[in-house]
Design a protein around this ligand. Structure first.
Ligand code: ATP
Ligand code: MG
Length: 392
């Protein structure tokens, strides 16, 4: 018996990962060169998976790579703990007793961490108790940020630190970009990879000439996965697990997801479950799988709808029915009951900021949240969302 070869939500590692060869190669070179990079993509496009894959290759080339996810560090203490952990376990791997090594490494910090052994995997964990010593925790973080440079120099190796969900740095402290940049400028031999979604927040950090990170990193923007490459991956995985998928079904899957990495894996997951071993997935199976995907995302979509003010709802419905290059054209506005220009501009701006809608390379505005357009259309048919908006 085979298990489902598709997965969504977790990192796409090893055989779950497809395509993006050019991006991986580029990132590995950047890591070798110590070039700082900002990897930008909307949520669930596969940023973390991509950088982890590049990191695995870089590590094989003897580069030291540390990884810190700012989404998991809502406080300064936790940020310090995560930095300490990655410095200790990914960068500094000198010989000796674990506890002694860690003690030596963190001896000079203003706040010395308490060390705990994880009961499950036996690894070391660091806990920083700062209490009211707010300046001390900032100093401690500053010193931790400088450690990769020292370790790289001592070991004669290139080091790279990856900051995932980097935009969260601003919620920790609005001054942290300054603090980090000052440290990083002193360690040009350490590379940094910043990952993030929320384009407007990142742009504030990297594109504003009054900000410390202005033009400090090369930009790598990743898009959806090319449908032909994704199609080969899907077919292959079906065949390896004694199932198949016909051409029509494959086209429908990729038409529904547009090559969105998470969305495609999600739809493929449901589809695979529906097809018995030894059978082909056909068009009707894809429609059934799509329905399941919509059901499983229903709460999420309902929240997007509920949280949106009136004008945004009108724009969402319009784009779900008809993507457009001319959002502001009179006939489009009339067909879709859109508000007048200033309100319309604000609404589309908000939807783009929330990454529900986006303008693609061909300057076409469309809904990019996977399956959301399908959900809107089916709810519209079932419930008449537009009538609800008209107040009936
Ligand atoms: N290269 C890939 N090949 C196949 N599937 C992928 C690839 N990259 C990502 N995916 C799919 O997308 C999902 C999300 O990937 P990942 O967590 O790396 O994205 P992310 O952009 O970091 O997301 P988030 O914004 O939630 O942090 C994975 O669970 C997987 O299903
Ligand atoms: Mg991620």
């Amino acid at each position: 018996m085979h298990t489902n070869p598709f997965s969504f939500g977790a990192l796409a590692l090893d055989r779950a990962f497809t395509d993006r060869e050019a991006e991986v190669r580029q990132l590995v070179s950047d890591m070798q060169n110590g070039q700082d990079v900002l990897v930008y993509a909307p949520r669930r496009y596969g940023k973390s998976s991509l950088v982890l894959r590049a990191a695995q290759r870089a590590i094989r080339k003897r580069i030291l790579v540390g990884y810190c996810d700012l989404m998991r560090t809502p406080t300064k203490e936790r940020f310090a703990a995560a930095l300490a952990k990655t410095i200790y376990s990914d960068l500094e791997t000198a010989a000796g007793q674990a506890i002694d090594r860690a003690a030596r490494l963190f001896r000079g910090l203003r706040i010395t961490p308490t060390m705990e052994v994880d009961p499950i995997d036996g690894s070391l964990r660091f806990v920083f108790h700062a209490g009211r010593r707010r300046a001390a925790i900032d100093d401690t973080i500053e010193a931790l940020l400088a450690l990769p440079g020292q370790i790289a120099a001592e070991r004669g190796r290139r080091a790279v630190v990856v900051f995932d969900e980097f935009q969260e740095i601003l919620t920790l402290d609005g001054h942290f970009p300054n603090l980090m940049r000052a440290v990083f400028q002193e360690q040009p031999e350490v590379g940094h990879v910043y990952l993030g979604s929320k384009r407007h927040v990142l742009e504030r950090i990297f594109e504003d000439e009054n900000e410390p990170f202005w033009r400090s990193a090369k930009r790598l923007e990743i898009g959806t996965i090319e449908p032909a490459a994704f199609a080969r991956f899907l077919r292959h995985r079906f065949e390896e697990t004694e199932k198949g998928i016909d051409g029509e079904a494959l086209n429908r899957v990729l038409e529904a997801t547009g090559g969105h990495p998470y969305g495609t894996q999600e739809l493929a997951y449901f589809l695979w479950e529906l097809v018995p071993t030894g059978h082909l997935a056909r068009l009707a199976d894809v429609e059934a799988a799509l329905e399941q995907a919509l059901r499983s995302e229903h709460n999420h979509f309902a929240k997007l709808w509920d949280d949106a003010p009136h004008a945004q709802r009108l724009v969402m419905l319009a784009l779900a029915e008809e993507s457009t290059r001319s959002l502001y054209a009179a006939d489009y506005a009339e067909r879709h009951d859109l508000p007048a220009k200033p309100a319309l501009q604000r609404a589309i701006g908000a939807l783009v900021a929330k990454e529900i809608a986006a303008r693609d390379a061909g300057r076409v505005y469309r809904i990019v949240e996977p399956f959301f357009a399908d959900w809107l259309r089916s709810e519209q048919e079932a419930l008449g969302l537009r009538d609800e908006l008209r107040g009936r």
